[in-house]
Design a protein around this ligand. Structure first.
Ligand code: ADP
Ligand code: DAR
Length: 343
C-alpha cells in the first residue's frame, strides 16, 4: 500500500496524524488476527469527510498502531498515553434531579454503552463464524434476564423491512449501510449475526453486532436521567455476569472506534431548543464549555428537526461513567436556562 493521498480540505484526525513517518513505521505491521494498517485506515481514506477515520480490529491494534491511535485518542478525549482510565458505575454518585420536570424541553433520554466480547476480535477483523457465535452467546445470555430487563432477541435476518423501518424511525434500531462502517469492514456478511434485543416497553435494548458487538441501551421519554442511568447500570452488571467484556487497564472498555473507548458511554437527551438554535454560536459555546456534542435526531450524521437536537457527552475516556453523565446533566441545565431566557 502506498501512502494515501488526502484532499486538501481533509480535516479528519487520520489525515492530521498519519504522517509519512508514521505510515512507514506501521505499514508492514499485522496483528495476530491479521489486521493491517491498511484496514485500520481504510474508512478515512475512502471517506475523506470522516471526523476520525480509523477503526481498530482488535485490542492489539491499539498497541501495535499506537503511533497513530495515541495522538488521535489524545486529541479526541484529552487522554494522554500515561493516563489511567477509571470506571464508576455507582448511580448514587450521580446528582441528576430531572432538569425538566414539566416536560417543556426534553422529549427523551437515552444512555448507551458499547461493549465487545473478551477473547474475540473487534468487528473490523472478526470472521463470519465468530460473529455468529457472538450472536448466539449474547442472545442466549440476554434471554435469561429477569424482571424489567426480561425480553426477547430479534435477529435482523428474517425481520421484515417494514418492522426494521418502524424500529429505526422510533429510534430503537440501528440504521443500515453507514458508509464509514462499510469501509471499516463492519457491515460484512450483513445481516448475518445482527439483531436487536428489547424488553416489553423498549426502555432496555441491546444492539448486537453493529459497530460494536453490543450497544447496551437504556432509554425512556422525558428527562429523568438518573432513572435511565440506574437501569443502564443494572443491565450492564447483569449482562457482564453472563458475557465477559473486552477491556484494558489503560483504555477501559475496548471498542472498534477510538471515540468510544473507556466508558464507551454516550448519555443523550432529545431536547427542543428552537430559540437557542437561532443563536447557533451561543448554542455551540455552551455545548463546548460542557464538552457536549450536538447531533440530529436520527443519530450521527443526521439533521435536527423542528429545533429538536440530540445533545450528549463527547468525552468517554479519562472520565468515569458518573462524570460523563454529570457533564451532560450540567450542560443540559444551562441549555434549558438559556432557552427559557430567550423565550
Ligand atoms: P449511538 O448513540 O448508539 O452511537 P446514534 O447517535 O446513531 O448511535 O443514535 C442511535 C439512535 O438512537 C438514533 O435513532 C437516535 O435518534 C437515537 N437516540 C439517540 N439519543 C436519543 C434520545 N435521547 N432519545 C431517543 N432516541 C435517541
Ligand atoms: N464516522 C466516523 C466515526 C466517528 C465517530 N462515530 C462513531 N464511531 N460512530 C468518522 O470518522 O467520522
Amino acid at each position: 500500500m502506498d501512502y494515501p493521498t488526502f484532499p486538501a480540505d481533509c480535516r479528519s484526525m487520520l489525515c492530521r496524524f498519519l504522517t509519512p513517518e508514521v505510515f512507514d513505521a506501521l505499514r508492514g505491521v499485522q496483528t495476530s488476527n491479521g489486521f493491517t494498517l491498511e484496514q485500520a485506515i481504510r474508512s478515512g481514506v475512502e471517506n475523506p469527510d470522516s471526523s476520525i477515520g480509523v477503526y481498530a480490529g482488535d485490542g492489539e491494534s491499539y498497541i501495535l498502531y499506537a503511533a497513530l491511535f495515541d495522538p488521535i485518542i489524545e486529541a479526541y478525549h484529552g487522554f494522554h498515553p500515561s493516563d489511567t482510565h477509571r470506571s464508576d458505575l455507582d448511580p448514587g454518585r450521580l446528582n441528576a434531579p430531572n432538569p425538566d420536570p414539566e416536560g417543556e424541553f426534553i422529549l427523551s433520554t437515552r444512555i448507551r454503552v458499547g461493549r465487545n466480547v473478551a477473547g474475540f476480535p473487534l468487528g473490523p477483523a472478526i470472521t463470519r463464524e465468530q460473529r455468529d457465535e457472538i450472536e448466539t452467546r449474547v442472545a442466549a445470555g440476554l434471554e435469561t434476564l429477569t424482571d424489567d430487563l426480561a425480553g426477547r432477541y430479534y435477529p435482523l435476518t428474517g425481520m421484515s423491512p417494514e418492522t426494521q423501518r418502524a424500529l429505526i424511525e422510533d429510534h430503537f434500531l440501528f440504521k443500515e449501510g453507514d458508509r464509514f462502517l462499510e469501509s471499516a469492514g463492519l457491515n460484512r456478511d450483513w445481516p448475518s449475526g445482527r439483531g436487536l434485543y428489547h424488553n416489553h416497553d423498549k426502555t432496555f435494548l441491546v444492539w448486537v453486532n453493529e459497530e460494536d458487538q453490543m450497544r447496551i441501551i437504556s432509554m425512556q421519554p422525558g428527562g429523568d436521567i438518573a432513572a435511565v442511568f440506574r437501569r443502564l447500570v443494572r443491565a450492564v452488571r447483569a449482562i457482564e455476569s453472563r458475557v465477559p467484556f473486552a477491556r484494558s487497564a489503560h483504555l477501559g472498555y475496548l471498542t472498534s472506534c477510538p471515540t468510544n473507548l473507556g466508558t464507551a458511554m454516550r448519555a443523550s437527551v432529545h431536547i427542543a431548543l428552537p430559540k437557542l438554535a437561532e443563536d447557533y454560536e451561543r448554542f455551540e459555546a455552551i455545548c463546548a464549555k460542557h464538552h457536549l456534542q450536538i447531533r440530529g435526531i436520527h443519530g450521527e450524521h443526521s439533521e435536527s428537526v423542528g429545533g429538536v437536537y440530540d445533545i450528549s457527552n463527547r468525552r468517554r475516556l479519562g472520565v468515569t461513567e458518573v462524570e460523563a453523565a454529570q457533564e451532560m446533566v450540567e450542560g443540559v441545565v444551562e441549555l434549558i436556562a438559556e432557552e427559557k431566557h430567550l423565550r
